[in-house]
Design a binder for this molecule. Structure first.
Ligand code: ATP
Length: 491
């Protein structure tokens, strides 16, 4: 039975072994920003690759994209982010702590209310609820100031001349880059609906509260898929992606008892969404432990339709200063099926705006879940062994290569194995210190196998291969080490 990891154990292991460091640490650190160290960068890349393999490479109906972080400001106007991507915040009158209204807990219950980012117009309806909420910092009930909208997008400026600089936003999600390229992908590939466009990249949100290490940060990486389908088939595709994404985590080693779905109730759905489900992981922190790992939403035709309107506004009603609300519904209805973001089905001769199913995952957040789930401590012959039971596909180093001792020709043989294997997957050569300690170091890095050259190697050309999880050791002929490992690693 694996030990339940505490967040402190994970943070300390990550720093000690070079998975994750505080950003700008030598200057005292920058709150909620993190740097990925030598092992962390490999783990993170493996998570990205596993996602890409599952969502793009293994399918015939998904293509990839990599968009710029900076986009035309109209894209954020049209998507609704410029006006509505905000959290409601309130300040505790007693201790001055600022909190997100939807993260405050009820005095009576302890249910955390998850909501999509709140429409600014909903401010008043939330104010009344604050009388029964508890300040997470000082525990005072109902002493909150008026809720205020807090815009989550970071602003920056583009251009060198003071007169013509332009205010831009750092993207708060990767999805909009996909929507604005919908026509480009249609025109440059042979995709036909149903199909998806996938992207992994950095997103930025000026979060009101950051928390729990890399769980919620202001700069993070998202892996998003926008899957376009014909209206009417959307519910089926929603179910498909729900199962696919859940199974992805399980197949990469997350224990089933730590993963669950949480369906959003109708009244917490974002106004454009027809359905939404979170995949939640039982993190060892926070209220109630279960926290969102990934959201899967049926976004209907909202996004493409909004950009269709955005383009019209730019091109034909520019004098209305980009105010999309000035376009009448009649004008839109007449026009939007003629625009570039409408899809024409050549077989059925139908023209429509596709519906979108969006699985949206956090790479950093899932990295935390993989670390927590893999963490284990056990007693071996009176000594504590710390290990990360990573799935081989995620392990930063696939095998440690050791000479038992630093003499009798063993280092040379081990070095040859190392030089050969590193052409195929990441391996690590180590000849320093007692062999037991070298095994422990690799256990803690999550390395699934260790190959040791010993006295017997020179006699019969075999080495030992030690398995991380069971600590079992088997003898394998030298010329079969590569195929043995590739087979076990599924590489
Ligand atoms: P929350 O309500 O927790 O702020 P959200 O519902 O706004 O999150 P989405 O917009 O659905 O989050 O983002 C999709 C995924 O991106 C999340 O499930 C999460 O894994 C990741 N993510 C979102 N915000 C952050 C963040 N600040 N730090 C790290 N990962 C994030």
């Amino acid at each position: 039975m694996a030990k339940l990891a505490k967040l402190d154990d994970i943070v300390s292991l990550c720093k000690r072994r070079g998975f994750i460091f505080q950003s700008s640490e030598i200057y005292g650190g920058l709150a909620s920003c993190y740097d990925y160290g030598p092992l962390g960068v490999e783990l993170k890349r493996n998570i990205r690759n596993a996602w890409w393999k599952h969502v793009v490479q293994m399918r015939d109906d998904v293509v990839g994209l990599d968009c710029s972080i900076l986009m035309h400001p109209m894209a954020w106007k049209a998507s609704g982010h410029a006006d509505k991507f905000a959290d409601l915040v309130t300040v505790c009158r007693k201790c001055g702590t600022r909190s997100r209204v939807d993260h405050l807990q009820d005095h009576q219950g302890s249910v955390e209310e998850h909501t999509e980012h709140i429409d600014i117009e909903a401010v008043q309806s939330k104010a009344a609820e604050l009388s029964r909420k508890v300040c997470p910092a000082c525990g005072t009930v109902g002493q909150f100031g008026e809720p205020m909208a807090f815009r989550l997008m970071f602003e920056t400026r583009m251009g060198a001349n003071v007169e013509d600089t332009m205010t831009l936003f750092l993207r708060p999600e990767t999805a909009q880059g996909i929507f604005v390229n919908f026509r480009n992908v249609l025109d440059s590939t042979r995709v036909k609906i149903p199909f998806g466009i996938a992207q992994i990249g950095k997103s930025f949100r000026n979060e009101v509260t950051t928390k729990a290490f890399i769980f919620r940060t202001r700069e993070f990486e998202q892996a998003e898929l926008e899957f376009f389908c014909k209206p009417g088939t959307d519910e089926e595709w929603f179910e498909h992606w729900k199962q696919e994404r859940f199974n992805w985590y399980i197949n990469l080693g997350i224990r089933k008892e730590n993963l669950r779905f949480r369906e959003h109730a109708k009244d917490e759905l974002a106004h454009y969404a027809k359905a939404c489900v979170d995949i939640e992981y039982k993190f060892p922190f926070g209220s109630g432990d279960w926290q969102e790992l990934e959201g899967i939403a049926n976004r209907t035709d909202f996004d493409l339709r909004q950009h269709q309107r955005g383009i019209r506004t730019m091109n034909e009603w520019y004098d209305k200063k980009g105010d999309l609300t000035k376009i009448t519904l009649k004008e839109e209805a007449e026009d939007y099926l003629k625009g570039p973001l409408a899809y024409f089905d050549e077989e059925t001769r139908e023209r429509y705006i596709p519906y979108v199913i969006e699985p949206s995952a956090g790479i950093d957040r899932s990295m935390l879940a993989f670390l927590v789930d893999a963490y284990d401590e056990e007693e071996v012959r009176g000594e504590q062994r710390n290990l990360l039971r990573f799935h081989p596909a995620l392990a930063p180093i696939k095998a440690g290569i050791f000479p038992l001792v630093k003499k009798d020709g063993m280092p040379e043989i081990a070095m040859n194995i190392y030089q050969d294997l590193k052409r195929y997957f990441p391996v690590f050569y180590d000849e320093k210190g007692a062999i037991g300690r070298r095994y422990r170091r690799q256990d803690e890095a999550g390395t699934p196998f260790c190959v040791t050259v010993d006295g017997q190697t020179k006699e019969d050309n075999t080495v030992t291969i030690r398995h991380r999880d069971s600590m079992e050791q088997v003898r394998v002929p030298l010329d079969q080490v590569k195929s043995y490992l590739r087979d076990k690693l599924d590489l």
